[in-house]
Design a protein around this ligand. Sequence first.
Ligand SMILES: O=P(O)(O)OC[C@H]1O[C@](O)(COP(=O)(O)O)[C@@H](O)[C@@H]1O
Ligand SMILES: [Mg+2]
Ligand SMILES: [Mg+2]
Length: 344
Amino acid sequence: MPSISLTRHLIEEQRSGHVTPDLRLLLEVVARACKRISVAVGKGALGDVLGEAAAAGGGDSINVQGEAQKKLDVISNEILLEANAWGGHLAACASEEMEHSQQIPDAFPRGNYLLVFDPLDGSSNIDINASVGTIFSVLRCPEGVSAAEDHDFLQAGSTQVAAGYCLYGPSTMLVLTIGHGTHAFTLDREQGSFVLTTGHMRIPAQTREFAINMSNQRHWEAPTQAYVNDLLAGKDGPRAQDFNMRWVAAMVGDVHRILTRGGIFIYPWDRKDPAKPGKLRLMYEANPMAMLVEQAGGAATNGRTRILDIAPTSLHQRVPVFLGSKDEVETATRYHLQHDSAAA
Ligand SMILES: O=P(O)(O)OC[C@H]1O[C@](O)(COP(=O)(O)O)[C@@H](O)[C@@H]1O
Ligand SMILES: [Mg+2]
Ligand SMILES: [Mg+2]
């Protein structure tokens, strides 16, 4: 059987009416940018890509999230911005690394889509040569808007027209949905093209594997504590089975494992900074991953509500995340809802 490239897959999706020519070309531009990021990540200690980015006035550069930027955060952001400026299919971009969205400059061709991205996810893995990735989401520019601004991006995740990530691991993989299943492509480094390696990924509804940063346990709210305690109690507890734990510390890596063999990924609300309603960002991380997971038969909530139904109020909004195997996400969500109704 001849291998199916990303390009051919997208052309077939266009013939089926699932994707417009503009969206197809936009996704090709994003995939090309990811190949360039993959090359930069792969240079490791041989290139000038490791460590912290320097601020213009000296010292470490701090992004809008209040986090120290790594050189690869900055390089990946620039690669995505530059590739898409010339792409011709976008009205504007928003990035986890930039305070405000950026319109495509007047001198460049403009289109009708908005692109949202986390240019490099799992930044703390860069310097230890572990998996990192790029996460992206595509929205429609609201009708009649000629100069898109931040508020034009504030659309619920259910309106995304495409979402995906590129995982820079032992192999580079692009995982994509345009609302008709979730499909995985592996980069053939010799040919320079992404090849379809798993079409229609399916997440098993049940699992015995969970992913959470346990070091935050004492800061969680009561229902999260109760749910995880019951997982840890294993065979002897109310769940009557043992659960295994995994934590890649890059959401792309954890979500990829879940799309491959099931599991539940949790980054809950915690008390460390009560002003922050979670660590992960709704627009750059939770929404695209929730779409990919739902398209593979899984579920995604904030512990109470479906993530894709949340109406965003700001570009950098944070959100608790529970996603993966459907039955397990429903169980974790039930712990939180039952706690709320008992407290009401
Ligand atoms: O440092 P912790 O608490 O393990 O958090 C890890 C989580 O933070 C993130 O790295 C946040 O993403 P960024 O690296 O893009 O800021 C997630 O990918 C990951 O799941
Ligand atoms: Mg991230
Ligand atoms: Mg990031």
